[in-house]
Every structure is written in C-alpha cells, then in structure tokens.
Design a protein around this ligand. Structure first.
Ligand code: T4K
Length: 403
C-alpha cells in the first residue's frame, strides 16, 4: 500500500487529505437568495437579452468601481474581444507574456498579433521599460494585465501610450475589487475588463464586465455585445452575442452581496499562509500592498530552488500526490503556447523574467472552501517537501501516490 508523503513516519505522520483541495474552488454566497432569484427568473419568463438582473448587476458593479459605464458579458474573453473591436485595434498590440492565454487569444482571434513583452519580476506585471523597443508602425495599443489583482504601473503605461498615440486597455480579469494608488481598478486606460468566471472570488458561473468612463465607447460596446442591434430590426454595427444571461446575473448579484465576506476570508487565509510560510526558506509568498484594496484571491508562491534544493515541479507533484491540487499558473507562458510558439522560435530567450517566473510560481488553494486547519497542513507538506530536499530521493518518492 503506497503512502502519502505526510503520513511517512520520517516526516511526522500527519494524516493526508482525503478529498482533493483545488485552487480556485468557487465561493458560493447565500444559496437561499440565489435560488429565490432563479425561481423569480423562471416565473418571469425573462431569461436573457438585457433582463432586469443583468441591468442590476451592471449598476451594482459601476457603483462599486465608481466608473461611468459597465456592460456585462458572457465571459471576460468575449468581453476583451468586444473591447478590442470597439477600440478599433488592428495590427499589433503589446501585452505581457506572463498571463493567462485568453489575453493573447482575444487579440489573435480578431487577427491582431499579440506582441509579448517581458514582465517585471518584482510585480509580475508588464515592464514599461521594455515596451518602447517593441513598438512598430503596426502597433495600435498596449494591453496591461493586473496580474493576481496587483495594479500595473498605470502611469508609465499611460505615458507611453500618449507619446506613441496608442490605445490603452487593461485585462482586469483578476482585479475586481482592487485599487491602484487608491483608485478603483476599472477606471484606467480606455477600457478595462473583469472576469466573473466560477474560479474568480466573485463569480456569475461564467461572466465578465467591460467598464469604461468613455460614453461613446460604452455606447459602441453595448451595441456590439448584442449583434449591433440599436433597436428592433435595426443593426448599426458589426456585433456578436456577448450577452450575460439572467441566471448568471443572479449568481453575480448574490456573489456581490457576499463580496466583503469573501475578501475577508481570502485575507485571513493569506495571513495564515504568510505566517506559516515565513519559516519555510525558499517558498516565497508574493506580497499585496496593504495600502491598496486587494481581493487576495490568489495565493502565489515563488520557489527558489537554490534554497529549497527541490524543484517547483517536484514540489507540485508532491502536492498533487497529497491531494493538494496546486497550479503552475501561467506555465509555460503564452509565448510558449500555440499558435505563438511556432511563430518566433527563440521568443523565450528574450523573455527571461517570464521564463524564470513560469518555472518558479505555484498557486495554492484559498477561498471559502478552506480555512486555517487546511492551510496549516498544506504548509506542513511544503515544509516537509522542502526540508527533505535531498531526502526526497527516488526511493522515497516511489512510495508516494501517483498524481
Ligand atoms: N485574462 C486573465 C488574466 C485570466 O486569468 C482569465 C481567466 C481571462 C482573461 C479570461 O476570463 P474568462 O473568459 O474565463 O472569464 C481558470 C479559469 O477558467 C479562467 O477563467 C481563469 N482566467 C484562469 C486563471 O483559471 P483553468 O484552465 O485553470 O480552469 P480549470 O478548469 O483548470 O479550473 C481551475 C481550478 O478551479 C481547478 O483547480 C478546479 C477549480 N474549479 C473550477 C471550476 C470552473 C472548481 O473547483 N469548480 C469549478 O466550477 O482556467
């Protein structure tokens, strides 16, 4: 009978998790209120197409973000595509290479080439100093990503965009409820897009929201997300079906009502990880600026292999074997995925920080699905795995459950 690492006497024999602990288990607000809302939707027989709950969801977000316009969408990827189309981008757009692949795909889907820029290793966000070298006659915009909910260097990006007459967009999929220099994210650049996917701390099953303070742009976006219809029988522009359904809005509104609780649980979990990891050399938790509003929805550690003497990938395998389903976000980097990888073979060589981060980063479970006890055990496994270092030899490893 194979044993879990944590059960081995040599490591102190802590009982293993019997159920899988996933990263990004959805937070569920009040089931009762959600079910009531769904019941009302069914009774009203209005299921989609700009229903009352979608309108309420949009107003709620606009007021939370303190932004003029919010347009709900079926997901953030479609939201990005609509925003890109509405901004009339063409040619090339500069984005960070260390992000979820949807950032790049949203552009490529529209025939626009994403140009990958390296990130700042201390923030994981696009490095403004590396952008200008990538600007060509074809560049029409910069699209920053507020990775993990930590704001990009908005001023530096805005200054470059201004100097080169480029549009500035933000993929704010991670950053709902966060601020940058005291201002709520959602107010920067021409337009920003949030995600309310099930894995986000506030979710609408699937969903997104495009936010902007530009009234003309908002009008265009509103038309575009509904096939371009400005009225019955009247189509004013090209459009797509980017609409959010009423049931998604019901979940979204219910999530928003519990948003503060979710953030406070995430923050408590973050603090527990911070405490537990403080004495595990080489497992470095990323920091959030306490002066800003943060949603703390990602617990991200960087593994310093020189100190741990065990690779991030080995730690990842050990965690999985222990039923801790950590993720290597965003390995191996967008530029190493198709269709981008084939396009520029040595792109990885130029994106040194992205390459390093992609080999060091691990996202760990958090959210309402777990608490102090589980975090204590996750960190105990990390402690054992890393203090083992060369103890985690092949023989011992063979004792572990296969992933
Ligand atoms: N830009 C950025 C920077 C993004 O991170 C994302 C999405 C987007 C744009 C696009 O947003 P959307 O179009 O999705 O609104 C997940 C999410 O599906 C994706 O939304 C998110 N980023 C990305 C970071 O994570 P995967 O491929 O890792 O999903 P998956 O199915 O492996 O699930 C992740 C974890 O969540 C697993 O451990 C299982 C758990 N999970 C997931 C779902 C859906 C659950 O426990 N229950 C669930 O219902 O992309």
């Amino acid at each position: 009978m194979k044993k879990h690492l944590s059960e081995l006497a040599i490591f102190g024999g802590i009982p293993a998790f019997t159920e899988k602990l996933h990263v990004n288990r959805p937070n569920i607000g009040s089931k009762q209120i959600l079910l009531q809302r769904i019941n009302d939707i069914l009774d009203s027989k209005w299921l989609s197409n700009n229903g009352v709950l979608v309108q309420e969801f949009e107003q709620h977000i606009a007021s939370l973000v303190k932004v003029k316009h919010c347009i709900a969408t079926c997901n953030a990827t479609t939201g990005l595509e609509i925003a890109i189309k509405a901004c009339e981008l063409t040619g090339e757009v500069i984005i960070p290479s260390f992000t979820f692949v949807a950032t790049a795909h949203a552009l490529q889907w529209l025939g626009i080439e994403p140009i990958f820029c390296d990130v700042d290793p201390s923030t994981h966000n696009i490095d403004p100093q590396k952008i200008e070298a990538l600007i060509t006659a074809k560049t029409t915009a910069i699209m920053g990503v507020h990775l993990w909910g930590r704001g990009c260097d908005v001023e530096a990006l805005a200054e470059i965009a201004r100097r080169h007459n480029l549009k500035l967009l933000f993929d704010a999929a991670h950053a709902f409820g966060c601020s940058y220099k005291g201002q709520t994210i959602g107010n920067f650049g021409n337009v920003e897009v949030f995600s309310f996917n099930a894995t986000k701390f506030c979710n609408s099953f699937e969903g997104g929201a495009i936010v902007t303070n530009d009234s003309e742009l908002a009008k265009k976006i509103r038309l575009m997300k509904n096939f371009g219809f400005s009225n019955y029988d009247c189509v004013d522009s090209i459009g797509i079906n980017g609409k959010m359904s009423e049931v998604s809005a019901a979940m979204g509104l219910t999530s928003l009502e519990s948003m503060e609780d979710f953030i406070s649980i995430n923050r408590k979990n973050y603090k527990k990880y911070q405490h537990e990891l403080s004495n595990i050399p080489g497992v470095n938790l990323i920091t959030y600026d306490e002066k800003e509003r943060c949603n703390y929805q990602y617990i991200v550690v960087e593994i310093d292999e020189l100190i741990t003497r065990i690779s991030r990938d080995k730690i990842y395998e050990i965690l999985w074997a222990e039923n801790i389903i950590a993720r290597r976000y965003f390995y191996p980097g967008c530029h190493q995925m198709e269709p981008y990888r084939s396009r520029i073979a040595d792109m990885g060589l130029m994106l040194t920080n992205t390459r390093n981060l992609a080999s060091r980063v691990l996202a760990l479970p958090t959210g309402t699905a777990i608490g102090s006890k589980e975090i204590g055990k996750i960190c105990q496994v990390l402690r054992l795995a890393t203090s083992g270092g060369n103890l985690i030899n092949e023989k011992l490893y063979q004792n572990l459950h296969a992933c």
